[in-house]
Design a protein around this ligand. Sequence first.
Ligand SMILES: [Zn+2]
Length: 152
Amino acid sequence: MNPAKTQVPAQPGWFTLDPEAPALLGSRCRKCGTIAFPAENAFCRNPDCQSTEFDQHALSRRGRIWSYTDARYKPPVPYVATDPYQPFCIAAVELADEKMVVLGQMVAGVEAGDLAVGDEVELVLDTLHEDDAHEYLVWKWRPVRPRKEGRG
Ligand SMILES: [Zn+2]
């Protein structure tokens, strides 16, 4: 990240900007405890619950890979692609505590061939795109273990 530029979230309110321990911000229903991400602010997602009151809830920063793939084709707008387009790896990660699955890019340099279902990953922030004054940050998943360690 570039310290000369102002860092702003690409999706305001979806995650903290804590450089050491960023976390996704979901909501927790005050009545039934149902957790949602992105945060819910209208009606509880639990069909048996009528609550409309929620607290902010920071989600687990770690989880395990549930599924993953390489994005070989350039995604549509509003994704800002590199030129020339460089494929990146995306992973669906089951959060450690909430057991919710959250999709995200893997950090640069990680390819699908490096990953396996069940690998532990943690949340980090990285630049999605930038303009003259700002860096727009997004969350990405980073393997907790060094790549390919301990696998046969
Ligand atoms: Zn509820």
